[in-house]
Ligand binder design. Sequence first.
Ligand code: BES
Ligand code: MN
Ligand code: ZN
Length: 500
Amino acid sequence: MQLSFAAPQPVNAGAWVVGAVEGPALLPAAQKADTACGGAISRALKVSRFKGKPGQMLEVLAPEGAKASRIVVLGLGKPGELDGNAVENAAAGAVGAMSKAGETSVTLEIDAPKGGKLKAGPLAAHVAMGARLKSYTFNHYRTKDLDDHEFKLKSVVVATSDAAGARKAWPALEAVADGMFLARDLVNEPPNILSPVEFANRAKQLSKLGVKVEVLGEAEMKKLGMGALLGVGQGSERDSQLVVMRWNGARKKSDAPVAFVGKGVCFDSGGLSLKTGAGMIGMKGDMGGGAAVIGAMQALARRKARVNAVGVIGLVENMPSGTAQRPDDVVKSMSGQTIEVLNTDAEGRLVLADALTYTQRNFKPKFVIDLATLTGAIMVALGSEHAGLFSNDDKLSKRLHEAGRAVGEPVWRLPLGPGYDKMIRSKIADMKNITGSTYAGSIAAAQFLQRFVDKGQAWAHLDIAGMAWQDGEQKALVPSWGVGFGVRLLDRLVAEHYED
Ligand code: BES
Ligand code: MN
Ligand code: ZN
């Protein structure tokens, strides 16, 4: 898909998408279009239920007088609520509909409404972002009927009174879109292809962007005493890996880095505590936290963010076999603490434990945020509307909450506390990896992780089990199973607060 910004000019072919706010009230481009087709839009408005609600569309096909193949009036909702995220969602809806309708070219001419939050240039950049995110496909494994699955638009022109401003705002958004696409690709990739080693190989590609990438194998992790992570991978034929990525973009070279840690379980069968057949489907996506971390690192490097950042991903495959870890095993983590493994399906926390210790010891970060598809229980609590946020730091929590709101990746904080910590006391080791209860499962998992957070270390844990992929209704900006959740959130957090 070719994407470009241009000054408004007559649309001679393809679809012409123009905006209206709630009322409905046609914005200037829509009025211009109405004139071009002899008032066909005004007439259509009278006989339709179009109100200009967010994402609503009114379509006039083959309009007489105009050269466009169709004119689409796109609802933008209330001007006061029209932020970047709302613009992207509306634009994505229109672009998706045009692709489905068989158009190959679209001109989007969405004016900034009076009383809106965005000026023309940035608004146009968000229109482009909506189009770009909607254009994603994952068709590597189709050999037929490609036509039904391809994204059809060859050209998208974003017409705006401030093309220069739009072009200036675009590169940072494009970098984020590319990072999200990388994360989506990894989440969508089937597990026979995406082993821990293959994931690590893909991470190595980031060195082209100036990211320093180091990969630790099992022997090195054993030397470091990473018994918790290695125990999870020991039932698999495939080697476990630890990916360590560093982006040093801060002006102050010695500035303490921000750190992101990802759960990279390339397939979670449950291990000997085997999942059911149905429960295993989709567990190729159990590396969604790791995908967010690599995607965010790529985005930061692409847009040359002025920050020092590290990304650490613990990569394993959780499989049952004669060498697999048993329920009742006790493992020793890199921190020195011992863990009684009572359920091999509570593996993510074991992987993260060692990745967290490694990150804190080696980098002394400003904060560490881990992302993980950690518990089914977080979906019971929050569904697919919010990721769960757990943290020992109110400031970091607030910043994450605001960043999430702004980019359409919302997070919701849940409590931690000594009462919950008691739930993971073990009869024979320092802790156990599950509780005896069916309640507060997500909090207990977070409580487990907190045992590996050093005193004074700002930390947040994002449980993204409900967000990393979508089985139900598709979100407007996400046309694939893999979402790429977390990339934008981390990028925004850094952009708002941690660049020098
Ligand atoms: N990867 C799963 C969590 C998960 C479940 C993510 C469903 C997305 C959808 C995790 O490793 C897991 O199996 N958690 C168990 C923990 C339990 C054994 C304490 C769970 O949530 O059932
Ligand atoms: Mn599991
Ligand atoms: Zn898992």
